[in-house]
Design a protein. Structure first.
Length: 320
């Protein structure tokens, strides 16, 4: 039977989607690709395939899940299966360098960034930001991995000699620090390349801010300002509108991405800097409940429509 296949490596992030699929009586099967194999001479099952592979899989002990997923996606695409967030989406998911280049290609402004491998090269690269605050982050990250704020070259040298952790792919990004007047970032959610909503995220307590309920918010680090009491960390923005949405849609279309959360920060002059495309987007239930907007619900409806379309095309092919 044709069904929805969900490719992933984290059961906790997937349960919210499967609950919605069951609510709509949609047939599905989970493919947990922490490990496995592919017979290249075999054909994939019939159905549609949705990849929720995450760049942060290695933090959950699933070091090679993205590599295995890349091979599976190539196999599915070779056989002409409908793949949602396919090979190109995965390439962007695991490389912020590729994200930034693609955003700039479509006229979307990104913070000045230097990609570096090696401690000596990092020290040299940091000198380019001397006199101005800058941050580090991992090229292959998720959940704000490796994000640290530095106000001086001396502080960065101490970090390199002590707490520095090499990224899983070896590439560290040095990036200009864009300061938000209200200490927040904005995340724009898309399903089926259509804008669903924007959520404001309070960054006053730190940078490691995954929207998913299962992400730990207790280990936040690197405060960027005064903590605001009783302020929701995640808050859906009512009736958000901005020309950047149409630019984001162009980026998604050009890269075959159907589902994504794109994050930006606005500086004191109102200039938008985009710094992340998350193709394994998650949603915060408290923010959604308050706003009565539900990302996983929209996603389940979208996948159901894609499955119906796929089945209709298959029937016409068989009839011919």
């Amino acid at each position: 039977m044709s069904k929805i296949y969900v490719i992933h490596e984290n059961d906790e992030w997937t349960v919210h989607l499967t609950n919605r699929l069951e609510e709509y009586n949609l047939p599905y099967e989970l493919w947990h690709l922490d490990e496995g194999s592919i017979d290249l001479l075999s054909s994939p099952p019939e159905g549609i395939f949705y990849s929720r592979m995450s760049a942060s899989s290695h933090t959950r002990g699933h070091r090679y899940a993205p590599e295995l997923t890349a091979q599976v996606l190539s196999w599915l695409e070779y056989h002409g299966r409908t793949v949602i967030n396919g090979s190109r989406a995965l390439q962007l998911e695991i490389s912020k360098v590729q994200q930034y280049l693609e955003l700039e290609k479509h006229g979307v402004k990104t913070p000045r960034t230097i990609a570096v491998v090696g401690k000596e090269a990092l020290l040299q690269g940091a000198k380019e930001f001397e006199g101005t605050p800058f941050i580090t982050k991992h090229n292959r990250a998720g959940k704000g991995l490796g994000v640290q704020l530095f106000h001086s070259l001396q502080a960065f040298e101490q970090y390199l000699d002590g707490a520095y952790e090499e990224p899983i792919d070896g590439v560290t990004l040095l990036q200009e620090y864009i300061q938000s007047p209200d200490q927040s970032i904005t995340r724009c959610e898309f399903v089926g390349r259509e804008f669903v909503y924007a959520v404001q995220v309070d960054t006053s307590e730190g940078f490691e801010l995954c929207p998913a309920d299962v992400c730990s918010i207790e280990e936040l680090f690197c405060p960027v300002g005064e903590v605001v009491e009783n302020k929701p960390k995640f808050q859906v923005i009512e009736n958000f509108q901005d020309p950047i949405i149409d630019q984001y849609k162009q980026v998604l279309l050009a890269n075959g991405i159907s589902v994504a959360g794109i994050e930006f920060i606005r500086d004191k002059e109102g200039v938008i800097y985009t710094y992340d495309i998350n193709t394994n987007t998650n949603y915060n239930s408290e923010a959604e409940k308050y706003a009565e907007r539900f990302g996983m619900l929209e996603l389940a409806i979208f996948l159901g429509k894609e499955l119906d379309h796929n089945n209709s095309v298959s029937k016409k092919t068989i009839t011919k």
